[in-house]
Ligand binder design. Structure first.
Ligand code: DGL
Length: 358
């Protein structure tokens, strides 16, 4: 009898050891994904479960975001860091430099396979594009947000976070540039934009199209961005503490020169003009921009339209005015590229090359 008990205990101990080994081996096979939290609606809370507007963004800490999705443990070894906790309309150049430096430092570590950044949706497209230009690695970086606060009925944050971690830990996402993943869709940082103030399907790449889908616990890609990004980028912010001031002037019927003059007086090094149509320059604003150019300010003609190419020497003689055109970048992304270009050059021919390369 005693022998049988000892035998049974030894057997149970062996089973426990084997189970632990298999668990550790399984964990060893899972990718190591860091979740860097910055705030936004994905970390938001509302007064009731049906509050989907008028909630407070940036209140839930990263560890709670992760523990709210226990399924993450099955797909990755996840660790979280709270880089900052803000509504993303308040993100600024300092935030971007802090985030980019942290991303690059972590990606240089052998024990980090990919990174997820949780972020407010208002400026996801800008942070994503900034990181697309300054991350010095081919490892996946996925930006994710939510359109409903964490307290809402059918909150989209948990499934978006789950898919983002899956994507960041996947081989398929390597070398694709920074990706924006919400609503089961994968978009490229360069082209994605927020197209609706409040619906779940707000992130789209209207004409050039999404890259793929998250479906059945895996990414399925159909295309990839053709422009330079991440490890192939010439930009490096690791030693930078400040970025040049670049502002945006919005074009509209009856536009005047006041905004241009104000930005010049404030010391802007570059001005993006979000022109009507194909970046058209109304006379009052054109003369102000010409004066700004003469004083050394770099002028980029973009468009408020949102889609299509702003053609060089189309609506204005850019060669004669010594202006740059934004190609297909919307004004807020053209601002980011010009800021980074100005850390390298003030030569307008070189800056135009940069706008055709990224
Ligand atoms: N305040 C907005 C932001 O943080 C909320 C929108 C959102 O995160 O979905 O971007």
């Amino acid at each position: 009898m005693l022998h049988r008990n000892i035998y049974r205990q030894v057997l149970m101990l062996l089973c426990a050891i084997l189970f632990t080994i298999s668990l550790v081996q399984a964990q060893g096979k899972l990718p190591n994904v860091m979740v860097l939290a910055t705030g936004g609606t994905i970390a938001g809370t509302g007064a009731t479960s049906t509050t989907t507007v008028g909630y407070t963004a940036a209140t839930v800490a990263v560890d709670r975001l992760i523990t709210a999705v226990p399924e993450l443990k099955k797909v990755a070894n996840v660790k979280g860091e709270q880089v900052f906790q803000i509504a993303s309309e308040n993100i600024n150049n300092d935030s971007w430099l802090k985030l980019a430096k942290r991303v690059n430092t972590l990606l240089a570590q052998k024990d980090v396979d990919g990174i997820v950044v949780t972020h407010g949706t208002d400026t996801i497209e800008e942070t994503a594009y900034f990181l697309n230009l300054v991350v010095k690695s081919r490892k996946p970086v996925v930006i994710v947000g939510a359109m409903r606060p964490s307290t809402a009925l059918s909150a989209d944050g948990p499934i978006n976070l789950y898919n983002a971690v899956l994507l960041a830990g996947s081989r398929e996402a390597r070398g694709k540039g920074v990706l924006v993943a919400l609503n089961d869709q994968i978009n490229a940082a360069r082209e994605v934009t927020k197209t609706n103030t409040s619906t779940l399907d707000t992130f789209k790449t209207p004409e050039l199209g999404l890259l793929g889908y998250m479906q059945d616990n895996r990414p399925i890609f159909y295309r990839q961005s053709t422009r330079k990004h991440t490890a192939d980028s010439e930009f490096d912010v690791m030693q930078l503490d400040v970025l040049p001031q670049v502002d945006i002037v919005y074009g509209y019927a009856n536009v005047n020169r006041i905004a241009v003059d104000a930005f010049m007086a404030a010391g802007a090094k570059g001005i993006i003009y979000a022109g009507t149509g194909d970046g058209s320059l109304a006379d009052p604003v054109k003369s102000a921009l010409v004066e700004a150019r003469k004083q050394g300010v770099i002028i980029v003609r973009s468009s408020r339209v949102g889609q299509g190419i702003v053609a060089r020497n189309g609506e204005a003689n850019d060669d004669e005015l010594d202006f740059v055109v934004s190609d297909t970048l919307n004004p807020q992304k053209a601002r980011i590229l010009l800021m980074l270009a100005l850390t390298k050059t003030i030569n307008t021919k070189d800056i135009q090359r940069i706008f055709y390369a990224y």
